[in-house]
Write a protein that binds this ligand. Sequence first.
Ligand SMILES: *Cc1c(COP(=O)(O)O)cnc(C)c1O
Length: 324
Amino acid sequence: MLTIPTYDDVLAAAGRLAGQAHRTPVLTSATADAALGAQLFFKCENFQRMGAFKFRGAFNALSRFDAAQRRAGVVAFSSGNHAQAVALSARLLGIDATILMPHDAPAAKVAATRGYGAQIVTYDRYREDRDALGRQLAEDKGMTLIPPYDHPDVIAGQGTAAKELFDEVGELDALFVCLGGGGLLAGSALSARALSPRTRVYGVEPEAGNDGQQSFRSGAIVHIDTPKTLADGAQTQHLGQITFPIIRQKVDDILTVSDAELVDAMRFFGERMKIVVEPTGCLGFAAARQVRETLRGQRVGVVISGGNVDMARYGALLSGALTD
Ligand SMILES: *Cc1c(COP(=O)(O)O)cnc(C)c1O
């Protein structure tokens, strides 16, 4: 039986996160407003603890562990923000964390995760099945596996970012949210439907990996090969069993943007708003720019999901020296 979270679960998550997660700022930009002919509100999760919204879902999920689960520890697999989110949450809650990472994961990410006190187990991404490895570890040691998006507590936690946005700025005409496996979008949609029911909610994916758009439009979860895109946080191959039904029911459409549009948005954030946003975090704004004709005179929310990008890579992308 799948447990589908509701807005009440988002509210409960907000209670658990109070005093633990940052209440991130909502930024505005006169330049962005003029360019789009709309009033934009950017919810800046690049300022969240560990640099992305993923702290919300991970901390909420680990907070709900019972005594036996706390003693046995948590296991997660990820080469990116989810690993750091679980590692940091576990440390704050006094739980042992084991993170499965590919043997060729960027050294900086491995170091950051280890820095939060997690034990790292590496695997060969070409020869080993990480899901099976994760399940095995969980079974052998009685540890609880926390997946990056397809879990009711993770989704409810992610929904608290949009809740804070609506609480702060009131109702919106449209909301743009980046989409990988759909934890952030599903959670955001729960908050939007409860707090601002007439908001049009859009998920945004990289053009090269539009499995979510295909799934949304066909009505069944579509699987794709790992897409080649700058948006490394959205390189998922399919939506989840829990995220998909929520997205299908509560989201208005799923849009796509190109890697070039992501770099343009990243440059805008750096030059005009003085904020560092990772490529995946640029999806929402890139889509809003693309469909600006439909947003004239409206109040528009954009979730900026994270800011974890290697500075050398950031510079190379902005200077045009690097295109993948
Ligand atoms: C994980 C992640 C996403 C995608 O989130 P999902 O819940 O998998 O859809 C987007 N942006 C950043 C920065 C992320 O870390």
